[in-house]
Write a protein that binds this ligand. Structure first.
Ligand code: PIR
Ligand code: CA
Length: 315
């Protein structure tokens, strides 16, 4: 049985690759793709989800959610993901419809209509939709199998010295999600910075060929330039596919159980994910932090998915 997931995203260059990994890997079944304002405004990320979903052959519903965080003003990451949210590439043509429902309704209807303990939530943008879903129907907390999110950081952020972008965009939503009581695995920057697209990765993607590889290379080139321009990393980290990879193959990374909360009131530290790593956490602790990535295994998963999508597209 493939793992059934809802991918809540803000595409976004690395989100686009996460969609392709989820669609291209037979171990996961996409039940829905939902969008949230983050890397770009809601209209743009929703368009991008439809465009990437069209190219990848996503048949699951795609639905738009919250355009603004619960409390913070909306701030995008156009400096990294470009004005369109997909970097410099021309998005593929949209060949499918947007689901008319709100993302929160899609999440709730999907989780509540399926067997308990079967649906995994994979949020890879700000956590606004997931927090709204918890508040609207708290019973989803017992019903969801687990939440595997990309966000947060233990050893240093990208939006501030201590806060990661997805959490910093909507800290209140993040705190609702990580303290809800369901199992949460936080795949944060500590882990995702080990998923850097090196020259070798670019070469392997080029070998895939066809529109899927062309789109991916176009996006990653822009993403690489953005990381180099900021002086941060020479090889861009593919944050969001790491969360999907964990669902496909938990052995692709090590995780550690740790109590987790989000700082909401610090003047310098708002949006920081505070994990208590001082002692081994006891068994009742339901939050985990991702630590070490098996990068070779990770890239094999990404490349395998791209090959499958390319084969599907040319079939
Ligand atoms: C990536 C992101 C935001 C800012 C930067 N500099 C880089 C997006 C990614 O889509 C990912 O989900 C998360 N936010 C990483 O911080
Ligand atoms: Ca994202």
């Amino acid at each position: 049985m493939p793992r059934q997931i809802i991918l809540d995203c803000d595409p976004g260059l690395d989100d686009a690759v996460a969609i392709m990994l989820a669609e291209g890997n037979p171990e996961v079944e996409l039940l829905a793709v939902t969008t949230v304002g983050g890397n770009q405004v809601l209209d743009k990320v929703t368009h991008n989800a439809l465009a990437v979903g069209s190219l990848a052959g996503v048949t699951a519903p795609i639905a738009a959610g919250a355009g603004h965080p619960l409390l913070e003003p909306m701030q995008d990451a156009g400096h990294v993901h470009g004005d369109s949210g997909l970097g410099g590439v021309t998005p593929p043509p949209v060949r499918r419809d947007l689901d008319p429902r709100h993302a929160v309704d899609v999440i709730l209807e999907t989780v509540m209509s399926r067997d308990p303990g079967t649906v995994t939530l994979v949020p890879i943008g700000p956590l606004t939709n997931i927090a709204l879903a918890v508040r609207r129907e708290p019973r989803i907390v017992e019903r969801v199998f687990e939440v595997v999110l990309m966000g947060g950081a233990v050893r240093g952020g990208n939006q501030s010295p201590v806060a990661e972008f997805n959490i910093a965009c909507d800290p209140e939503a993040a705190q609702i999600v990580v303290t809800a009581g369901w199992p949460v695995t936080m795949v944060g920057l500590d882990l995702t910075h080990q998923a850097q697209a090196t020259e070798d990765v670019f070469a392997r993607i080029a070998e895939v060929g066809g529109p899927v590889a062309d789109l991916t290379l176009g996006m990653l080139s822009f993403y690489r330039d953005a990381y180099r321009a900021s002086g941060r990393l020479d090889h861009p980290p593919l944050h969001d596919p790491c969360a999907v990879a964990h669902v496909i193959d938990p052995g692709v990374m090590t995780t550690r159980r740790a109590p987790l909360q989000v700082e909401l009131t610090g003047t310098l530290t708002r949006g920081m994910t505070v994990a208590d790593l001082r002692f081994p956490a006891d068994e009742s602790c339901r939050t985990r932090i991702a630590e070490t990535l098996d990068a070779d295994r990770f890239w094999d998963l990404v490349l395998d998915a791209l090959h499958r999508l390319a084969a599907k597209a040319s079939a």
